[in-house]
Design a protein around this ligand. Structure first.
Ligand SMILES: [Zn+2]
Length: 177
């Protein structure tokens, strides 16, 4: 089987949210979860949530599992969209550094617990997003894809699903919950 690069399609609200939270946390790291779904060989990232780490430093952010699960449950309930699920993680690097070997190791380990590829987005100063994908415990070639301008991150086969309706967009992603 051919191993095409996994495309990670990041909705613009996700990039904005991550940039905003990264800016607020700097010079410390912050991070959280990516919510979306899989489409063919793409990971569609439709939402991101933050899972604050009170002990984060300028080069570490730890995903606390209880807080992550609670945040995920609350987000899935609030967003109420049937396709949404956990598709990976994001965190910020206050310095211009790509995903570290430790970051890749964590992603590989996490991916062995899921049938589908998991994505990692690392935000760097200036808004650059470094993307990594792991599947079944291995790093896969990945590239960042931008949503099609007129139909951001909607399904490639419109007949199969209803298009996401505007109602499920969170009206205020900035409020704490
Ligand atoms: Zn990192």
């Amino acid at each position: 089987m051919t191993r095409r690069p996994v495309r990670v399609v990041v909705a613009s609200n996700v990039a904005d949210f991550i940039a905003q939270r990264a800016g607020q946390a700097a010079p410390r790291e912050t991070g959280g979860l990516l919510l979306g779904w899989w489409e063919d060989t793409s990971v569609v990232v439709r939402h991101a949530v933050e899972v604050p780490d009170p002990d984060a430093t300028s080069n570490t952010w730890t995903r606390h599992e209880d807080a992550a699960q609670a945040t995920l449950d609350a987000a899935l309930r609030d967003l109420g969209h049937p396709w949404l699920g956990y598709v990976g993680d994001w965190h910020s690097h206050p310095a211009i550094l790509d995903a570290s070997p430790t970051d890749e190791l964590s992603l590989r380990r996490a991916s062995s617990q899921y049938a589908k590829p998991l994505a990692l987005l690392v935000h760097q100063p200036g808004g650059r997003l470094d993307v990594r994908v792991a599947h079944n415990g291995h790093i896969r070639a990945a590239r960042l894809g931008l949503p099609r301008p007129r139909s951001p991150a909607t399904c490639a086969q419109p007949g199969e699903h209803d298009a996401p309706s505007p109602e499920w967009r969170p009206s205020q992603t900035g409020t704490g919950s």
